[in-house]
Design a binder for this molecule. Sequence first.
Ligand SMILES: C[S@@+](CC[C@H](N)C(=O)[O-])C[C@H]1O[C@@H](n2cnc3c(N)ncnc32)[C@H](O)[C@@H]1O
Length: 274
Amino acid sequence: MTGEGRDRIAVSQVKRPVLDTSVAHIARVYDYWLGGKDNFAADRAAGDAALQAYPGLVSSVRANRAFLGRAVRYLAGEAGIRQFLDIGTGIPTASNTHEVAQEEAPTARVVYVDNDPVVLLHARALLTSGPEGATDYVDADLRDTGRVLARAAETLDFSAPLAIMLVSVLHVIPDRDEPAAIVARLMDAAAPGSFLCISHPASDINPAAAEAASRYNALAGQPARLRARAEVERFFDGLELVEPGVVSLPQWRPGSEFEARAHAAAWGGVARKR
Ligand SMILES: C[S@@+](CC[C@H](N)C(=O)[O-])C[C@H]1O[C@@H](n2cnc3c(N)ncnc32)[C@H](O)[C@@H]1O
């Protein structure tokens, strides 16, 4: 870690998952689908159960990472954003948010937030800011927005525009925890000119995805809730969606014809706060 990036990992006061390798956890299952090594037998069993119902899942997960990269590039490039709050970071992999953002804008500052103990173990790999920017990692639950915002404000300036990234994480927030209210609280704290970026597994693109989710949910500690396009659009209420709106991930500003033709059963979009 260099520059202003700080080697400081705080432990959340809220109740959070302990490292239990006997039950599948979304961060580790997602790592398995991406071909990573930070997963255990229970994660692979849940991951395989889902894949058997919906083999297109791997393509969908890859399309999600590609969407994250394009969205960060757009935000740091065309939109001129220099601060990112990436919530539900995942186990570090290729092209993490700060790497993409700092390629576009070396002064970009990125705060990562996740509540998974395995992600925490790997957080050091996210604290590799270039000398002109900064990165920080916060071990916290997305639902504890007060803590997330307070800790993020130690690195990010909330009086200036920033981008809040909720990429493939809201589906593990059940309706009873009011995900739309969580998103609204986060965006309320953001200055005008800030952006919200969401991707979300879809209930209304490929019917096999629902069967995959139900097989996964039978084995996972934290169930996944697929949502329809209209439900995902509602997370952006009050914001100005940038073109092309909420679309299937490969349709969001694809970099090539090949990328546009990829399969994904997930919705994604980016919107600006006026
Ligand atoms: C499917 S992964 C997505 C990773 C990354 N955003 C991406 O799209 O490549 C979901 C991540 O969200 C994290 N997560 C799940 N529930 C969370 C919560 N309540 N608070 C914070 N992070 C959470 C998981 O630990 C996991 O790392």
